[in-house]
Design a binder for this molecule. Structure first.
Ligand code: TRP
Length: 433
């Protein structure tokens, strides 16, 4: 078998893992979930959870990868042969996530083209719903976006994944800062900033806490073996803890900056912060049409979103790709071609579920909604739960081997064995209702 790839440097590992974490989850999902859950108080809860409870499964997944030096299925199998089927769930989850995540990637490409070709429309809400209902065009864009991610992945860990992340991540940060500066200079921007940073404690409730937890798990890419695979490419990293905190801090910074970019603009134009998934595709274009040089700002924004989506999309594909390469002993190109076909076959009906197939329901949900529900609410927490139980109760991993500080190591042990599994079970129970 050809040799397993490794990251060329610690920087490469960190930037790529941040690339996986920072995605549509930060720039599209985070602001609208925050908008629906009361603003600043949601942010406060989110920060507490992401820096404590989420730290544990994140480092655990990377650590298991680093320890076993195998792709997902092999990693589980090497711990105990009977755990193999739990490993198989990971690439399956990845493929199912890809089938809906990449649809949104396709929408972004459309909005980029629109921004270039002049984006003056009377009714942005109507435009968006007409666009996603079309039978052919959104499918072509989904496939195009999938192709981009697959192409990068096929080029390999060093020349494809690492190289792309090293270019796109700094670009992402630069565009985001540019847009934040524009946004906070809009009239009445302070109302948006207040909404983000002045908590209203009356909005605190258990539903919101779980929404924050779910968002934190999703944004850190925990639970489908993407991190395990990335962890398995680490050569030597004496302080995984530091790397993990850098990843969490950066991911949170990107999410907060995305909020600072979006909310002042929303309030400045008297719009609603809680419009849900359409916030980025309806509310923002409406704002862009009303500001000077709106086309350029719009173009910058959707390029930003595309960069974020590509670096995460790559990580979604890499898990299943690595599993196929190492298990079936086939080339990356071959594995990626097969993945391209399989994901397309799933993604096309999901894309059509906004129009042609909108009446086809599984458990009362359209295909798109069902894939999102199945992966985000069930499979991701379940995979994470299994891995925490395997580490905590079967391998009996000790925090002190990962974290030098004795006190924090003890907290880690308790978290891995009790707190995180309980939190995950609550998340699943609420999610299934
Ligand atoms: N974290 C990414 C985002 O915020 C999405 C993502 C990439 C993901 N890989 C994942 C989510 C693995 C769950 C599991 O958009």
């Amino acid at each position: 078998m050809s040799e397993r790839p490794n990251w060329t440097s610690k920087y490469a590992f960190i930037v790529t893992t941040i690339g996986s974490a920072v995605g549509l989850g930060n720039i599209w999902r985070f602001p609208y979930i925050m908008g629906q859950n009361g603003g600043a108080i949601f942010l406060a809860v989110y920060i507490i959870l992401i820096s404590t409870i989420c730290f544990i499964p994140l480092i655990n997944e990377l650590y298991i990868g680093k320890l076993t030096k195998r792709e997902c299925i092999g990693a589980y199998e090497s711990i105990n042969r009977n755990f193999k089927f739990l490993g198989v769930l990971n690439p399956i989850t990845g493929i199912l996530i890809a089938a809906f995540y990449f649809i949104v990637g396709g929408w972004i490409i459309n909005y980029i083209l629109k921004s270039i070709l002049n984006f003056n429309i009377n009714d942005y809400g109507e435009y968006f719903s007409n666009f996603i209902q079309q039978p052919v065009y959104p499918c072509i864009l989904t496939i195009l976006f999938l192709f981009i991610c697959i192409f990068v992945t096929a080029k390999g860990v060093k020349n494809g994944i690492e190289a792309t992340n090293k270019i796109l991540m700094p670009l992402l940060a630069a565009i985001l800062i540019f847009l934040v500066i524009i946004s906070i200079n809009l009239p009445n921007a302070n109302i948006g900033l207040e909404y983000m940073f002045k908590p209203d404690f009356s909005k605190l409730n258990s539903h919101m806490v779980l929404a924050a937890l779910g968002q934190a798990f999703f944004t850190l890419s925990i639970g489908m073996g993407a991190l395990l695979t990335y962890g398995s490419y680490i050569k030597e990293d004496k302080s995984l803890v530091k790397s993990v905190y850098t990843i969490i801090l950066s991911d949170t910074a990107f999410a907060i900056l995305a909020g600072i970019m979006i909310f002042p603009a929303v309030f400045s134009f008297n719009m609603e912060p809680n419009s849900g998934a359409g916030l980025v595709f309806v509310t923002l274009p409406k704002i862009f049409s009303q500001i000077p040089y709106g086309n350029i700002v719009s173009l910058a924004f959707f390029i930003l979103l595309l960069c974020a989506a590509i670096t995460s999309g790559i990580s979604i594909v890499e898990g299943p790709c690595a599993s196929m390469v190492e298990r079936f002993k086939i080339s990356r190109a071959k594995a990626c071609t097969i993945l391209f076909i399989v994901i397309s076959v799933l993604a096309i009906p999901a894309t059509l579920s906004f129009g042609y197939l909108s009446d086809f329901k599984i458990l009362g949900k359209t295909i798109f909604e069902f894939l999102d529900f199945l992966t985000s609410n069930l499979m991701l927490p379940l995979n994470t739960l299994f891995l925490c139980i395997i580490s905590g109760w079967y391998l009996k991993i000790k925090g002190i081997n990962i974290i030098k500080n004795k006190f924090f190591a003890l907290l880690f042990d308790a978290g891995l064995r009790f707190v995180v599994p309980i939190a995950l079970i609550c998340l699943m129970l609420i999610g299934l209702n």
